[in-house]
Structures are given as C-alpha cells and as structure tokens.
Design a protein around this ligand. Structure first.
Ligand code: G6P
Length: 460
C-alpha cells in the first residue's frame, strides 16, 4: 500500500474562495460553501482548485491567506453551459424539490462533462502524489470518479452542500446513472442530513451496480461510506466579531436608524427563488394588513445578496422581491416609519454581524435549503442569548435547532402567526431557546465538521 502520511488536502469546488470585483480588489466569494470551507483550508494550508469567476487578469496560481489557489480556466461558452445551464438550471432546481422546472439540455451535459474533466486535470497538475482530494458540491459530481481513475490509491471525499432529492425526482435526470457513478468514485460521500444520504444510497442501488445499505455501498470490490455531516460555521470568528466594540457601536446605530425603538426583524439571503423571500414578504404584509403587526412596533430589514444574475429565474425573483417591497412600503410606511428596509448588496462580515446584533428576530424561511448558515451565524453572534430565530422546517438547520420557532414557509397563516409570536415571545423563553441553540452550535462548529469528515476519509 502506498504511504498516505502527510497527505496534502486539495479541495475542488466550482468557485475559488475569492474573486476580483469591479474595483479590481479580491473579495470573498458569496455563499455558504466558501464561508465554511475557507477557514478549514486556512487552518490546513491546503490547495483550492476552482473557477476564478472571470478569465481576465488571473495569475496562474497564488497564495491567499495561506491557501494555495489554483484557478481553472474554462472557455466562456463551456462555462455558461456548465455553470449557467447544467448546474444552475438543471441540477439546482431539481435538487431543490423542483421549485422551478429543471431544464434538460444535452449540450449543457456535454459541457458539464468537459468542465469536470478540466477541473480534475488542473487538480492533478496542481497537487503532488500525496494529495487527499475533497470535492465539493453539485457542479463537480463527476470529479470523484475521474480522480479515482487517475489516482486509484488516493483518498477521495465528496460533500454535497445542497439537498439530494428523493428517488422519484432524481429519476427525472437523463444522466442520473453517470452522476451516481461519478460520485461512487469517492471513498466517502457526505450530505447535510441523513434523509439525503439515504436518498443517494437508494438511487445508487437502483440505477447502478452498487449494493449495500443506506450507510455503506460496495461497487467493484470498493467500499463507499455514505453519511450525514451537517456543515457549520467558524463560531469563534463570529463570536469575536460580536464582541468588537466597533461592531457593537454600529449595531446600536443601525437600531437607532432603522428601528427607531421598534422591534427589528431581519432576513439575509442570496436573492434566490429557493429562499422563500417573496412568501416571507407576503406573510409580513398580511400580518400588517390584519393589524397583527404594526409599523409602530416593528420593522423588517431584508438584505438581499445579488446572485446568479445572468440566469432569468434569478432576475425574475429579484424583480418580484423589489416590487413586493415597493408595494408594502407604499401601503404601510409613514414618515420615519418605513415598513421594509431592503438592501441589495453583499455586506462585509463585520457589517453583517452588526445587523445580526441589531435584530430582535431573525427570519430564515427557505422553501428548501441544504443547511443555511445564516441561521448559524445569527445564533453565534447572540452572546447574551437574546434574539428569536424563526426557521423553516425545510432548511437542514431545522434538524439541529428544534428550539427555533419552526415554520412551514408555504403555510401563509402559520407564517403570519409565527411572526406575531416571535416579536412578543416572553424574554425568559427566548433566552432559554437561544441558550440551548448556542450550546448545540458551539459543540458542532465548522472545524468539528471538517475533522469528522476527514477522519471518515482517513478510515475509509
Ligand atoms: C450555494 C452553493 C455553492 C455556491 C453558492 C453561491 O451555497 O452550495 O456551491 O457557490 O451557493 O452561488 P454561486 O452560483 O454564486 O457560486
């Protein structure tokens, strides 16, 4: 057997953790994947193979905060079909309960295959023989098998950040067998929840030669461990931001400016149709209309992080959200008492933490979400155990945070009633709920997540 000691961790993910923005500076890329995996890679001084977001002015490789970055260059048309097409218009909607109809386009599949091959070629070139590979997310589901073929004795892990759909939805995919075989190249295939691990194992047993249980599959004399590894955040980083006097002062300023002695209800999402932003705004509107809530007593702050704006469904979502905000404000705002403050931008971490601290209630109400790290970030910042979290039962996070106020985002009446309950929850009850959630979060931070996954990979 080859010596696997001192193996070097190489992550393959669609995006590099930083991208060059319009100002020419490198900024952290949006989304939960980067937020979670970057601290791990910094701690391990690993190599990250990914797409730099554009082809212009990108060095061939460089080091960012201790992480070696290896950009993959992909021709524009191929990237459009791989990322804009197959990843975001086929797999993303299909894997999120088909909230939007997935499209099945053979040429997108061709580009998906060739892009996966490009990533693997780049990764093999960037890493030495002792690499331990960790492939992330739905853009690169063929990569584990390609790596296995090229390096039969290396350890290969795969983690899916988004949900894995039930068999009857996955069955729609014309390339279902190829995707499953791609994933079965890994030694460990990880998901956010047990239900998703089970969905995958069942699909693999049905459409490939794999046999076994929901936790362990065998194919061609290889064993594949399948399991739930709920992802988390770097709790210490958020806690120390929440202790920073400048962040606290800014939170007080935000409260004065938007709150004006009202209860502050906050929501922070990428502008994505899976996040349930429209239903949430409509529930808020209905509660105002019925007099369950009033703009004298509360204000909603919605931060929308721009996302995938080249995709029509995302532009439509953004338009609908902006029309709704306008409609609600038109009807319910009064001078000095705006009903909904809406900010479309990605905030730097300190500013985001100031908003978390300024809030009384946090709304995390996606229609479907792999985990949702915004919920965890909010909990991490509530050092005094204050604050109420309203959480969708369709976010992976709901499995861990039973003490949140759990809602079904499609239950309009239930959403409005929960909003009302959230802003008037007795202080003692909210403290008790938050304290338990904080304990849970502190026990399971992102370092523990990575440790658990990588140990499973070591033992594989
Ligand atoms: C989710 C996905 C990530 C993705 C992120 C941002 O968190 O799981 O893989 O990077 O959204 O989306 P984007 O399409 O901008 O990379």
């Amino acid at each position: 057997m080859p010596d696997r000691r001192r193996s070097h961790l190489v992550v393959l993910a669609n995006r590099l953790p930083v991208h060059r923005a319009g100002d020419g500076e490198w900024h952290t890329s949006p989304g939960g994947l980067v937020g979670a995996v970057l601290p791990i890679m910094k701690a391990r001084a690993g190599t990250w193979v990914g797409w730099p977001g554009s082809t212009s002015r990108t060095p061939s490789s460089w080091t960012h905060e201790g992480v070696r970055l290896s950009p993959v260059s992909v021709p524009e048309r191929e990237m459009d079909e791989h990322y804009g097409g197959m990843s975001n218009r086929t797999l993303w909607p299909l894997f999120h309960d088909a909230i939007r109809a997935p499209e099945f386009e053979p040429k997108w599949w061709d580009s998906y295959e060739s892009t996966n091959e490009r990533f693997v070629r780049r990764a093999l070139h960037a890493a030495g023989k002792r690499a331990q590979w960790w492939v992330h997310d739905y853009h690169l589901m063929l990569a584990p098998r390609l790596l296995r073929v090229a390096r039969p004795y290396s350890r290969v892990g795969f983690f899916l950040h988004i949900p894995f759909p039930p068999e009857e939805l996955f069955a729609w995919l014309p390339w279902r067998r190829q995707l499953l075989e791609g994933l079965l190249g890994a030694d460990v295939v990880g998901f956010q929840t047990h239900a998703e691990a089970r969905n995958f194992s069942r699909a693999a047993r049905r459409w490939t030669r794999a046999e076994g249980t929901d936790h362990e599959l065998q194919i061609d004399d290889r064993r594949i461990r399948v399991g739930a590894f709920p992802i988390s955040i770097d709790v210490d980083v958020f806690e120390s931001a929440a202790r920073d006097p400048a962040v606290i002062a800014r939170a007080q300023q935000i409260r004065r400016r938007v709150g004006a002695r009202r209860r502050v209800i906050l929501a922070v999402d990428r502008i994505d149709y899976t996040k349930g932003i429209e239903l949430r705004l409509e529930a808020f509107e209905a509660a105002l209309a019925r007099g369950d809530l009033s703009t004298d007593r509360c204000v909603l702050v919605q931060i929308g992080v721009p996302s995938r704006e080249a995709t029509p469904e995302y532009v439509e979502t953004r338009d609908r959200v902006e029309r709704l905000v306008g409609r609600i404000n038109g009807q319910f705002s009064t001078p000095g008492r705006v009903a909904v403050h809406y900010f479309r931008r990605q905030l730097p971490r300190e500013e985001l933490v100031s908003y978390y601290l300024a809030a009384d209630v946090m709304l995390v109400t996606p229609l479907r979400d792999g985990m949702n790290l915004v919920a965890k970030e909010f909990i991490a910042t509530r050092l005094d155990n204050s604050g109420v979290l309203v959480l969708s039962e369709f976010a992976g996070a709901a499995e861990q945070f039973r003490r949140a106020l759990i809602v079904n985002p499609r239950d309009f009446a239930g959403m409005a009633a929960t909003l009302k309950r959230a802003i008037s929850l007795p202080h003692r009850e909210s403290i008790m709920r938050m304290a338990i959630m904080r304990m849970m979060l502190r026990r399971h931070d992102v370092h523990e997540w990575a440790e658990t996954f990588l140990q499973a990979l070591e033992r594989a």
